[in-house]
Design a protein around this ligand. Structure first.
Ligand code: TSX
Ligand code: MN
Length: 579
């Protein structure tokens, strides 16, 4: 079991509350995983996929009412309501504990309780942090094994350090009326009941690595962010790392494993992470980043040979699929895969054309990052990778240029705080509505956004070697509704300009919102784009931006008294420059 008395006591306390039949301490071994898979194949929790085309791949069909994160049932339970902020649902910690403990009472009767020690980040990294998740879901164990460094090495680190985040999870009765995801940042603990789905149940990911970690990062002086990390290697063998935050449905995973177009012979994009980034100031004053995760929990629909060839290449072995359809010969299938056709939909019904999607729009794959053809060995580096540029982005049909560079750290923080994206059908059913999503952290910041922006601003006092901050938009449309920028691999051209700015080798024009590329500083060789379209993609529309700044001001104003002076100042400065 364990030599850590706090862990031992907590496991005993949970067992007496939830009344499991047996307790299993997870080691993370292959034999353990094989036994779990065998049990789940027996219970129907997993279905084997075509062993010829997809060896060691399994399909999980979740309860049809349990297919996504549930923001309205997700709470941040700080002692003071204002510390959670208007960006979170809040409940007093005592009330939250009472409410959720009642749902845990006897919840594991007749079931196995799994104790999962895990480490977020390379096991020997000083930036990494450990946790223990207790769950009654073997599917959670199998996913945590891919998504984190799980098992004996993590337990050894916990016993050495004595500190860990406590996560308690039970699928309960899967009833949405008895479903809660509660965070206690002041106690470094999480309680989740009533859902077996990814973000609600794999507590290392959004709950720990973002909500709890962001709170912890603030008090310890680092950053826990919803960002991909990639490395860009030039033909000269020089690699620059960038971290990028996008709201959902902007193709973050696609960007993280981009394949450069043909004209970029000798260039290479390396994947360090696709979702979460923990950053800390190094002794050299630079920001150093680790990916706390060890795998991808990616959205399947839209993933194809065209949009993300690297993803497709890593999904033909050792992967778990959740809520996808299957072909007649039992291969996983989803909308936008661009090959074959479905025979069964995500609920296991015969697929009928015109009767809804075969794969659930939020269907997922779980796979080790090491299976990605662009996997960077630096993902294991204990010190992390030095970040040259931070990129914010959003999906905007109009107004927002393809790329601009912010003139200072504080200006970059304002741009991050003002991020917005247009909704897609997959997310809300409502299309084209602009939603503010600061730093893409709206559902994930474990404390008041106003304090979070102040925390971001404070880094400028601690270093003069911080990354440059940029904003991108791949989604501009022309008057006929056609996308103006080819996107995907060709985003490499924008990344090259960004690195060029970091090295002071690329040209730019100053505008009131920041620096945009000069017409000839962006490489558009072999690209079918006319000068007029390019000019429009890089144009800054004063009147349009004045209106945008007004809306941004209104949004930021909703954070009231706590809104940092530095944010107000930068907002005022851009507004004045536009006037
Ligand atoms: O992921 C995307 N990226 C980033 C890629 C590295 N997507 C998909 C978003 C949904 C998850 C994009 N969609 C991107 C993009 O850069 N750009 C677009 C819009 C677009 C869609 C299709 C085409 C061009 C642009 N072209 C054709 O269909 C031929
Ligand atoms: Mn995410």
């Amino acid at each position: 079991m364990t030599t850590n008395m706090a862990l031992k006591a907590w496991v005993e306390e949970v067992a007496s509350l939830t009344q499991p039949e047996t307790i299993h301490w997870c080691t993370g071994s292959d034999a353990e995983n094989q036994e779990l898979v065998r049990q789940m194949l027996g219970s129907g929790d997993l279905i084997a996929l075509n062993t010829e085309t997809h060896p060691n791949c399994y399909l999980h069909r979740s309860d049809p009412s349990d297919v996504a994160r549930v923001e309205h049932l997700t709470f941040v339970c700080t002692s003071a309501e204002a510390d959670a902020g208007p960006n979170n649902h809040w409940m007093p910690p005592q009330e939250a504990h009472a409410k959720i403990d009642a749902l845990f009472e006897g919840a594991m009767r007749g079931r196995t309780m799994y104790v999962i020690p895990y480490c977020m980040g390379p096991i020997d990294s000083p930036l990494a942090r450990c946790g223990v998740e207790i769950t009654d879901s073997p599917y959670v164990v199998a996913n945590m094994r891919i998504m984190t460094r799980m098992g004996s090495p993590a337990l050894a680190r916990i016993e050495r350090e004595g500190q860990f985040v406590k996560g308690l999870h039970s699928i309960g009765d899967l009833s949405p009326e008895r479903r809660y995801i509660m965070h206690f940042p002041e106690e470094l603990s999480i309680k989740s009941v009533g859902s077996g789905y990814g973000g609600n149940a794999l507590l290392g990911k959004k709950c720990h690595a973002l909500r709890i970690a962001s709170h912890q990062a603030r008090s310890e002086g680092w950053l826990a962010e919803h960002m991909l990390i990639l490395g860009l290697e030039s033909p000269q063998g020089e690699t620059h790392y960038v971290a990028a935050a996008f709201p959902s449905a902007c193709g973050k995973t696609n960007l993280a494993m981009l394949i450069p177009p043909e004209i970029y012979q000798g260039w290479k994009v390396w994947t360090v992470g696709d979702d979460i980034c923990w950053m800390n100031l190094g002794e050299d004053g630079r920001l150093w980043a680790i990916n706390p995760e060890a795998g991808f929990f990616g959205v399947a629909p839209g993933t194809s040979k065209k949009t993300n060839p690297n993803a497709l290449a890593m999904l033909d072995r050792d992967a778990i699929f959740t809520n996808v359809g299957v072909t007649a010969d039992n291969q996983p299938w989803w909308e936008g895969l661009g090959r074959d056709e479905p025979a069964k939909d995500w609920q296991g019904r015969d697929y009928v054309k015109g009767n809804g999607a075969a794969a659930h729009p939020n269907s997922r794959f779980t796979v080790s990052i090491k299976q990605c053809p662009a996997y960077s060995e630096q993902a294991e580096a204990p010190q992390g990778v030095p970040i040259s540029a931070i990129i914010f982005g959003g999906r905007r049909e109009s107004l927002v240029p393809l790329v601009f560079e912010t003139e200072s750290w504080a200006r970059g923080v304002l741009v991050g705080a003002s991020m917005a994206s247009e909704t897609t059908a997959a997310a809300t059913g409502q299309v084209g509505v602009v939603r503010r999503d600061p730093m893409a952290m709206k559902p994930f910041c474990g404390y008041n956004f106003a304090d979070y922006w102040q925390h971001w601003l404070s880094f400028a006092e601690k270093s003069d070697r911080l990354p440059k901050i940029f904003h991108v938009n791949w989604f501009r449309k022309d008057s006929e509704g056609r996308f103006m920028w080819p996107g995907f691999g060709d985003n490499m051209r924008v990344l090259e300009w960004i690195i060029g700015r970091c090295k002071s080798s690329a040209d730019a024009v100053a505008t009131p919102i920041g620096n945009v590329p000069t017409a000839d500083s962006l490489n558009v060789d072999n690209l079918d784009i006319d000068a007029g379209t390019l000019a429009e993609l890089l144009r800054v529309d004063r009147a349009g931006w004045q209106a945008e700044l007004e809306q941004i001001g209104e949004y930021l104003g909703s954070y009231g008294e706590r809104l940092p002076e530095g944010i107000k100042q930068e907002h005022r400065r851009i507004s004045d420059a536009l006037a």
